[in-house]
Ligand binder design. Structure first.
Ligand code: URA
Length: 209
């Protein structure tokens, strides 16, 4: 059974509040997405396995812990998830990056896949799927469905803001995955935007309208 981890940290709260402010411009917003992703990634990677390897320091030799085990893949859901990648790569520069492209039909709000490119042996990796906004949950569910079809067994999902509706839907569809949430907001509005939310994360990261 997976866990839902709502990150409870003053730095994450502060940065998410700055992100929500409509006066926050593209450059600052992009930096905040990276920073929050990195802070959340620290939590999401807390259970990465380590093994002791021998290291010669300038003083002596010791067996000391280093990351080991399954290799990591970061998989942003295009396009807003791209904004989180650099923050996560700052923590694990050797991680591979896959991409899943889903767009949301503006009328039905249903996700449709238009692109997918994943690292080799994706089924053997710990996969961290990221998307800043978990709204209806449709895209996240479809991305995880897709990865499971490829044989992935070790999947985590990270979002900066979740709506209760999306979180419930993702948990119901994929109870086995760990979910990391920067803030659980109030609700979705009639246009499937998160309230209070921060607007369209992709537009705010890329400066589009
Ligand atoms: N996607 C966004 O970027 N913002 C929302 O509020 C909902 C989905």
């Amino acid at each position: 059974m997976g866990n839902v981890n709502i990150i409870n940290h003053p730095l994450v709260k502060h940065k998410i509040t700055l992100m929500r402010d409509e006066k926050t411009g593209t450059r600052e917003f992009r930096i905040l997405v990276e920073e929050v992703a990195m802070l959340m990634g620290y939590e999401a990677m807390r259970d990465l396995p380590t093994e002791d390897v021998e290291v010669k320091t300038p003083i002596t030799t010791r067996k000391l812990p280093m990351l080991c085990g399954k290799k990591l893949a970061i998989v942003p859901i295009l396009r807003a998830g791209l904004g989180m990648v650099s923050g996560l790569l700052a923590l694990v520069p050797s991680a591979k990056v896959g991409h899943i492209g889903l767009y949301r039909d503006e009328v039905t709000h249903e996700p449709h896949e238009y692109y997918c490119k994943l690292p080799d042996r994706i089924n053997e990796r710990l996969v961290i799927v990221c998307d800043p906004m978990l709204a209806t949950g449709g895209s996240a569910i479809q991305a995880v469905d897709f990865l499971k079809d490829k044989g992935c067994k070790n999947i985590k999902f990270m979002c900066i803001i979740a709506a209760p509706e999306g979180l419930d839907a993702l948990r119901t569809a994929h109870p086995d995955i760990d979910i990391y949430v920067g803030n659980l907001d109030e609700k979705l509005n009639e246009d499937a935007y998160i309230v209070p939310g921060l607007g369209d994360a992709g537009d705010r990261i890329f400066g589009t309208k």
